[in-house]
Design a protein around this ligand. Sequence first.
Ligand SMILES: Cc1cc2nc3c(=O)[nH]c(=O)nc-3n(C[C@H](O)[C@H](O)[C@H](O)COP(=O)(O)OP(=O)(O)OC[C@H]3O[C@@H](n4cnc5c(N)ncnc54)[C@H](O)[C@@H]3O)c2cc1C
Length: 438
Amino acid sequence: MVTSPDIFSADFKEEPYWWIDAPLRRTDPIALPARVDVAIVGSGYTGLSAALPLARAGRSVLILEANTPGEGASTRNAGNVSRTLKWSFDGLVHRYGIEAATAYYREAALAIEHLDETIKSERIDCLFKRTGRYYAAHSPKAYEALAREVDVLFKRVGYKADMIPRGEQSAHVGSDVYFGGQVVHGPGYLHGALYHRGLIDRAVEAGVAIAGQTRVTGIQRSDLDFEVVTSRGRLRAGQVIVATNAYTGRDGPVFEYLRRRLIPVNSYACATEPVPAELIQSLVPGGRPIITSHKVVFHIQPTPDGKRLIIGGRAGRRDKDLRTTAAYLHNHFATRFPQFAPVRLARCWDGYFAFTFDYLPHIGVQDGVHYAVGCCGTGIPMGSYLGRKLALRLLGKAAEAKTAFDGRDFPGVRFYNGDPWFLPTVMNYYDFRDSLPF
Ligand SMILES: Cc1cc2nc3c(=O)[nH]c(=O)nc-3n(C[C@H](O)[C@H](O)[C@H](O)COP(=O)(O)OP(=O)(O)OC[C@H]3O[C@@H](n4cnc5c(N)ncnc54)[C@H](O)[C@@H]3O)c2cc1C
């Protein structure tokens, strides 16, 4: 792909757009305490959502973060808040049966309500808008698949969605290449880094200590406690939570266990320069994020302040550099939405989210260490939700801590060690499947 300089604004940067409003707070690392009740590894949504209820219940809590707090996926995402899982409902029924499928989808719905409630009750100003979303069908078969699920999802889980035939889609999407689509009520979008900042602020107010630039390099049992070894010294902890998701490294047996079960997927997003409101209206007439039905999705939506557009896609691919990826994404939308062609990009960034081999999130305990990982790209609501569930478990509130994602076999694949060398081949296969009209 040719990278035309015309598609980049003069202030183009390879950095998350969200960091303009919510820059990372790069502070000097704090001194480590000798002992805490709970040590949490990872400072994203999952770690913070676990930390807050624990600290409020009187536990001493320390979050250990290898980089600057929030530098993982939690300030890099696209801001879409969904209540879907990577499985279609049909697919889940086929694999796990109707009861399990219903339970998983119900929890996905609960996760978004939990997020909404948290944002409201904690007064986090992150511009959360529950606009719903529009799934644009990339083929007639994709439209049929979306239509098949509308009734069953409403009856089983209470999801409300309307099918939009191709002839009526101009009220929802500013392109005529799609084969109709589905308006889903309930999801929305937010400013991911402001949400993260709000969680940090509340956690710190509740007494949580956060040690940035502190990599955990080992976790060992030591009498009734754990000894947590870090790049800046050791400490003891009564309980340990690992919330490192796609950034899980080779830092000891628990991390190795998770690495063998997680597929880190690189993903990309771009923000445009500020654009006129009429242009946004013509591209995204429904005001809802537009997500394509491709296996590897593309999406376009307004920024939560309504001044720019966010585009994203190309997950799992690795181009020569970020400008090449940005050019690819620009071209993808310009060829489908001609009015997008003159729009220039001001930011392009990447980051990693984690897939699992069964496409479902996992929460559990390994060697006495608690974890919640593998939200498969829905970590804004699901990471927050499972983080809170971890806290409830540690507080001994077994009934409230219950979740359908607990206690399931966490599959790995023989000889897989966390390095997803197979991703390009899988993505080529998905692209091929997506290109078929049937
Ligand atoms: C480009 C992109 C777009 C996305 N879009 C969306 C979206 O629209 N909607 C959505 O719901 N989700 C989206 N996601 C996924 C979502 O951002 C993640 O699922 C979520 O942020 C995961 O949160 P987390 O707290 O589990 O992990 P993270 O936020 O990734 O945090 C893990 C942290 O652990 C730290 N860490 C790792 N190892 C160690 C160690 N040994 N010691 C100390 N610290 C360690 C890392 O430095 C990192 O900061 C997107 C992700 C990306 C990259």
